[in-house]
Design a protein around this ligand. Sequence first.
Ligand code: NAP
Length: 421
Amino acid sequence: MSQSLFHSRPMRIAVIGAGPAGFYTAEELLKGPVEARVDLFDRLFAPYGLVRYGVAPDHPKTKLVTSRFDRVAGDERVRFLGGIEIGQDIRVEQLRTAYDAIVVTTGAETSRMLNIPGEDLPHCHHAIDFVSWYNGHPEYTDRRFDLSGDTAVIIGNGNVAIDLARILAKPTDTLAPTDIARHALDALGKSQVQNIIVLGRRGPAQASFTRAELMELQDLAWIDPAELDLNEESRVELDKDTQGQKIFTLFEGFPSIPPQGRNITFRWLRSPVEIIENGVRVALNTLHGDAGDQKVLGTEQREEIPCGLVLKSIGYFGQALPGLPFDENLGIIPNHEGRVEGHPGVYVAGWIKRGPSGLIGHNKRCAVDTVSAIWKDLEDLVHAETTKQRPLDLSGAISWADWQGIAEREAAQGFKVTRYP
Ligand code: NAP
């Protein structure tokens, strides 16, 4: 058999996960050297993955990318199949009998653990739980977060930590016009949290925040100037890092006392060592090593920060897909340039391929790279073709037309549908 098979019938490709990486992959597949039919599976009834359930509700511009995704799904060569969980409802092995190639784009749906005592206490949560809750993810609508204390601690110095801090601090009347889940808006409206403390294990020169995100905290954040003392190596790092300098300048511009009302502050060189009842115990750290390669060194000094809520924002983590290998350390499906190791015809793109970093648009490049690997493998894929005609029972799937009906309902009512049917 040769590539010419795809001149007599289109190539069939299953994309697992209708988030950004899934849509970018489908879009790219439509531009290939052979005619493609793409089935885009998602276990949820709604498409868009991280754009719908990860991007903060007060960032509507970031969500505009869905109109591009809608154009992809509206193409007659693409079929959205919502409400089908690959690995549960259909096994990967079954999919392989029906498709010429499979691309896994399931993202990173869990979180890293701190692996410290007390992590399972009821006031300690993963960032992704809180994010999914306020974004109306159907599996998180029943979560409860105790917002009755006056202080919340957020662990981690990435943009997700900033999202959490901002959502906790913003007046709810500014969130009301967004697509934030109603249950979250109600709970945040009653929140007693006044002080939000963002903890970094390294220093302000090593924070992973981006400038635009920090700028949004202008009226909410303050910093004790003592927190901005830098060691010599960090000064050298900043001298070589224009972005880092801009961020540091923003920190320096924040007031040194809390603004009225809900406020956000930063404390650095602190690692949580135990989640305790009504708080978190941290070790004070120093940095050691050369500029650009400084590591955290814990000291014996401890500090207790009383709080009613701890949110761990230390990075997302991928989930294994039954039937495929999984790297337990990195939280990714092991792959070589998008080709899943030991599974010819199976590919990955997005965070499950390269780990949970980068903005939504970075998944475009990642998807393009994976799809170009598919085109390079075309001959082998065709040779692997034997029994790929067996139909799967997809009768229970939620179609694109179904989704459009849900989207219309959401537009009319002004907030997200969290349960379907
Ligand atoms: P991230 O940027 O990788 O930040 C993770 C943070 O967790 C780092 O500060 C890291 O510190 C810290 N950390 C890791 N393990 C820790 C531990 N054991 N104890 C204490 N701290 C620990 O991840 P993220 O915030 O989840 O964001 C993921 C990606 O999405 C990023 O690329 C981000 O820019 C993007 N994002 C963008 C936006 C936006 O543009 N608005 C919003 C949300 C997310 P070290 O640096 O010391 O390792």
